[in-house]
Design a protein around this ligand. Structure first.
Ligand code: ADP
Ligand code: ADP
Ligand code: ZN
Length: 214
């Protein structure tokens, strides 16, 4: 099962992608997590990506596409994968399609987690991230067992630099301009499915599994 998660920043793509990956035993591939790990490790890629990410801008397509195409070609992706945060532009989607076509593969579903802008800003201000293991929490909706500490690895949780309200508004604008056109793109490809992301996490997940298990 090869899946793409679509949706605004903070819509719940990562939350749902992790649950999907667990239930269907496929890798969860988050380009945001990959970049944050590179930043943490001080790699060249991390240094380049950080300048864009801190401003709420997209990292240029050429820094993202090869990385993802290479990742989905690895042996653990043979039975499928869930892409979270990629593609984010039409050229990224085209490059993925071309790479998959070349090896006789294709995406099964693009799942749009639909949440209006009004809900996003408040949701993001409550998000807390573990930069060590990639776990995500929410002060109100998914609180860690011990305040400020990752349940999984014990690392201190942080408010991501790009989750501050001024940057979130900018990321929403970037989403509408550069990523939302993908909704049309995957509608035309007849693989778009939409779920209501304003529901609670379990309800959203149930709506997704109903579609995938059909
Ligand atoms: P969110 O989970 O809030 O949607 P991500 O963790 O997916 O955010 O991404 C954080 C940042 O990483 C983005 O704002 C962007 O700068 C960069 N990024 C992640 N994926 C991509 C991509 N496919 N193309 C370009 N930039 C990306
Ligand atoms: P994305 O990957 O799309 O940026 P996340 O999965 O990181 O989004 O979710 C953003 C924030 O909202 C996180 O703090 C997460 O715990 C919380 N969250 C995710 N889904 C829901 C939901 N259905 N209801 C309330 N909060 C949610
Ligand atoms: Zn952790």
């Amino acid at each position: 099962m090869r899946l793409i998660m679509l949706g605004a920043p903070g819509a719940g793509k990562g939350t749902q992608a992790k649950k999907i990956a667990e239930k269907y035993s496929i890798p969860h591939i988050s380009t945001g997590d990959i970049f944050r790990a590179n930043i943490k490790n001080g790699t060249e890629l991390g240094k380049k990506a950080k300048t864009y990410m801190d401003q709420g801008l997209l990292v240029p397509d050429e820094l993202v596409c090869d990385l993802v195409v290479d990742r989905v070609g690895q042996p653990d992706c043979e039975k499928g994968y869930v892409l979270d945060g990629f593609p984010r532009t039409i050229p990224q989607a085209e490059s993925l399609d071309a790479a998959l076509k070349a090896v006789g593969s294709k995406i099964d579903y693009a799942i749009d987690v639909d949440v209006p802008d009004e809900n996003i800003i408040s949701r993001m201000s409550g998000r807390r991230a573990c930069l060590k293991c990639g776990a995500t929490y929410h002060l109100k909706y998914a609180a860690p067992k011990k305040e400020g500490v990752c349940d999984t690895c014990g690392e201190a949780l942080v408010l991501r630099e790009d989750d501050k309200p001024e940057t979130v508004q900018k990321r929403l604008n970037v989403y509408h301009e550069q990523t939302q056109p993908l909704i049309d793109y995957y509608t035309k490809a007849e693989i778009l499915v939409t779920v209501d992301g304003t529901k609670d996490m379990e309800e959203v997940f149930q709506a997704i599994t109903e579609i995938l298990d059909k």
